[in-house]
Write a protein that binds this ligand. Structure first.
Ligand code: ACM
Ligand code: ZN
Length: 773
């Protein structure tokens, strides 16, 4: 066909489509997450009307289609008949094909019909979920949306998941979440084609599952003294006689309802019953489960180290756990039972006569082997019930139970080791899968665990590690996000931490590695956000946030600010001064030179509209900016800040001590000499520091400033000392040392490290900037 003819045909198609009032879909408008394996777009559309029929074979298909039919009827005001035999045209039909894999489907849309082919309910449900994302966003509305064209493009989609385990863990212990929220979460998992909901039902701060044989587990263990007004790690130890009023639990009836609903959405619910540690709530209910049987209260906040532990010496402990697990297995039909196994401090076992007797009798070497003995015995019991055991990667220590599946959280190392030993693995490394971490600049975010996991890092996750052999890679069942709930105090906050990071993970776990790319995902995410808006999901807009970094030129003594955003080719606009930022602000193209003390505002724009929060920072140009520094004590390799000029680069650190602005010293003092290049009049030094006692980071106990003109003889001009104070919060502080106005070229600043952490071990000293005025 020659060029002119082809053009005429394209014009003809365009004109006829316009005449018929049909929308012409472009490839770019097909915005499905997770991205399907294969998609071929054709001309034309399928339009829904009152005459559209849904064609099914059986009642199972009736159930599967009803959810989408109800949604579409509610939002469109149309009514659809469900029939057993396909008419000539205008129908949506489900066709069974046994040759398909369990979760695979084909969705074929023509002007005449929509046909979904799959082996069974899982594939049909995913086909319908994909169709949902082809429909206008108005499909998510609870009420009729007028003036909507209910059409989807003619398309052929062939799709199946890369991994069989596409999971989310909700921690119900640290803060309790009820049945309604869990059901809502199951809907959202299914929407993203995720298929595992792991419920962390037991931990120190609350036992959340009704066990009929042991009623005190929930009468006592599900309730703690309300100290919610205090920081998590600053909460007082409760006495065993204090009555708890804060908490909750799920009854067996509620859990069965959750399981049943999840099954209808192809989601398997995996219960986690923690053992042998992280069980203070159980020991609060039944002290006889512990080594020394001392009464304790269920803790209201952080516990570290976790020394309360089940006694493995006593047979009665196993009897208790087998009874509990028996009831658990009656509620959860899942193939897997998760038994925790993480972070046990085994000190009590070292001195408990029963545990020591067990070690001798079984010929064990130490308490690590005692834990291994314990897990192996629990595994035997689980296997005897035709189930499989999963544990956190600590279950590798002292020898893995013969058929255990390992959930690798301390990086991927445990997962690699388990796969090498021929065991199945689920990858949930903290670095990419812990959704309790911050996702944006810490000063702008709700309180979270002190570590950083932005959206693009989740998207960059791959459960299969490159060094794995193909045989080892086969053992990787998939991946999972974990939302630990120490700081998750509401459903709104839970949604905020999950979305859009779960959106990114869903694509990592479903789509082929080759088909994924950050740019394409970013584009499609915009449409998903509109869906979330209509669904009322409180998703985070943190990825829209601007961050600044500096470029320091020592020779020219100049500093430039570079503005960044995690999305590709961001449209950033900025202004200097205290005005409102609009689309008329300056378009950012190159790093901005900082001339004096400056109020800088910047924001991301999309289609000429501001998106996300405004970045606001007062950039303070001080006399030491871009000065040469000589470190008398080297900073730690783990915390190098932004390089050797980090302390004079004007960019301040945040409470996220991994933000790349902090330099740190372990046990050592900080001792640094600043060369101002020429003699300058000075009267103040401000040292910026961070305290996070839970992480072993302490403010300095003293800051001393000395001056010199020859860099040999220094004279002390100012000193600040302070006593150690216990502090349950993460805190930033500027320590100011004022002195009589003087002239000098060299300054020596010494910050004294606390040296010994009150929690044991060495203490960290963190510094982000030394301002000289
Ligand atoms: C864990 O984060 N302790 C599994
Ligand atoms: Zn013991």
């Amino acid at each position: 066909m020659n060029k002119v003819n082809r053009l005429l045909i394209i014009v003809f198609i365009a004109v006829t489509n316009v005449c018929l009032g049909q929308k012409v879909f472009t490839q770019k408008e097909i915005q499905i997450i997770p991205k399907p394996n294969e998609m071929v777009l054709s001309d034309g559309v399928f339009g829904f009307s009152n005459e559209t029929k849904f064609v099914i074979n059986d009642n199972a298909q009736r159930d599967i289609t009803s959810a989408l039919i109800n949604k579409l009827e509610k939002a469109s005001g149309l009514k659809f008949a469900v029939v057993l035999k396909a008419p000539k045209s205008n129908f949506v039909q489900l066709i069974i094909d046994d040759s398909f894999e369990k979760e695979a489907y084909e969705l074929k849309v023509s002007k005449k019909s929509v046909v979904i082919t799959a082996k069974g309910s899982a594939g049909f449900m995913y086909g319908l979920e994909t169709m949902r994302q082809l429909l206008p966003i108005a499909i998510e509305s609870e009420i009729v949306v007028a003036n909507t064209i209910w059409e989807i493009p003619a398309i052929d989609i062939k799709d199946k998941p890369r991994f069989q385990w596409r999971g989310l863990m909700l921690d119900l212990s640290r803060h309790f979440f009820n049945k309604e929220y869990i059901l809502k979460t199951i809907d959202r998992l299914a929407m993203h084609k995720m298929n595992v909901l792991h419920l962390h039902l037991v931990d120190d701060q609350g036992w959340r599952i009704e066990i009929k044989k042991y009623p005190k587990l929930t009468e006592v263990g599900a309730w703690r003294v309300n100290q919610e007004y205090k920081a998590w790690n600053a909460r007082a130890v409760n006495s065993p006689t204090d009555k708890g009023s804060y908490g909750g639990f799920l009854t067996q009836k509620e859990l069965k309802e959750i399981v049943k609903y999840a099954q209808s959405k192809n989601v398997e619910v995996i219960p986690e019953i923690e053992m042998p540690a992280h069980v203070s709530s159980a020991i609060a209910a039944y002290p006889e489960l512990s080594c020394f049987e001392n009464a304790i209260g269920a803790p209201s906040g952080g516990v570290w180290p976790i020394t309360d532990i089940y006694c493995v010496g006593k047979e009665s402990t196993f009897e208790f756990l087998e009874n509990v697990l028996t009831e658990v297995m009656e509620i959860f039909p899942s193939q897997y039972i998760h038994i925790g196994g993480d972070e046990a401090t085994k000190d009590h076992w070292k001195t408990c006569p029963n545990c020591q007797k067990r070690i001798q009798k079984e010929g064990l070497r130490d308490v690590n082997e005692l834990q291994s003995y314990f897990i192996k015995r629990i595994e035997q019991f689980i296997i005897s019930k035709n189930k499989k055991l999963i544990g956190w990667d600590e279950i590798l220590e002292g020898g893995l139970a013969p058929e255990a599946t390992v959930m690798s959280w301390r990086g991927t190392k445990g997962g690699i080791e388990a796969a090498e030993q021929g065991h199945d693995v689920i990858m949930t490394p903290e670095s990419h899968c812990y959704f309790n971490f911050y996702q944006g600049p810490q000063n702008e975010e709700p309180l979270a665990f002190n570590a950083f996991l932005p959206l693009n890092k989740v998207y960059a996750f791959d459960p299969v590690v490159e060094s794995m052999t193909p045989a080892e890679a086969k053992h990787v069942l998939g991946g999972q996000a974990n939302l630990w709930s120490e700081y998750i105090t509401s459903e709104a906050l839970s949604e905020y931490m999950l979305f859009p990071r779960l959106t990114a993970l869903s694509e990592v776990l479903w789509s082929t590695k080759e088909s994924r790319n950050w740019e394409g995902f970013s584009e499609r995410l915009g449409t998903m956000f509109k869906r979330y808006d209509t669904l009322g999901i409180n998703y985070a807009k943190s990825a829209y946030m601007i961050t600044a970094s500096s470029i320091v030129n020592v020779d020219a003594k100049k500093v430039f600010l570079s503005l960044e955003n995690e999305f590709p080719n961001p449209d950033i606009r900025y202004l200097i001064g205290d005005k409102d930022i609009s689309e008329n602000a300056i378009k950012y193209t190159n790093p901005i030179e900082v001339a004096g003390t400056t109020l800088l505002k910047a924001s991301l724009f999309k289609d000429e509209k501001r998106v996300g929060k405004v970045f606001i920072d007062t950039i303070k140009l001080h006399k030491a900016v871009a000065s040469k520094l000589t470190f008398k004590t080297p900073f730690s390799d783990s915390y190098k800040g932004d390089g050797s000029l980090s302390l004079v680069n004007i960019i301040r650190g945040t409470k996220n001590f991994h933000d790349g602005q902090w330099q740190a010293w372990l046990k050592d003092d900080m001792e640094v000499v600043i060369d101002l290049k020429k003699e300058k009049e000075i009267q103040q030094v401000i040292l910026g520091s961070l305290e996070s006692q839970g992480s072993g980071i302490y403010f300095p106990t003293a800051v001393t400033v000395s001056i010199s003109n020859d860099n040999i003889n220094f004279e002390e001009v100012g000193k600040l000392t302070r006593a150690f104070l216990s502090n349950g919060n993460d805190e930033l502080n500027d320590f100011k040392i004022d002195f009589v106005k003087t002239k000098a070229r060299f300054l020596k600043v010494v910050a004294t490290n606390l040296k010994k952490s009150p929690n044991g071990g060495g203490s960290w000293l963190f510094v982000d900037e030394i301002q000289v005025n």
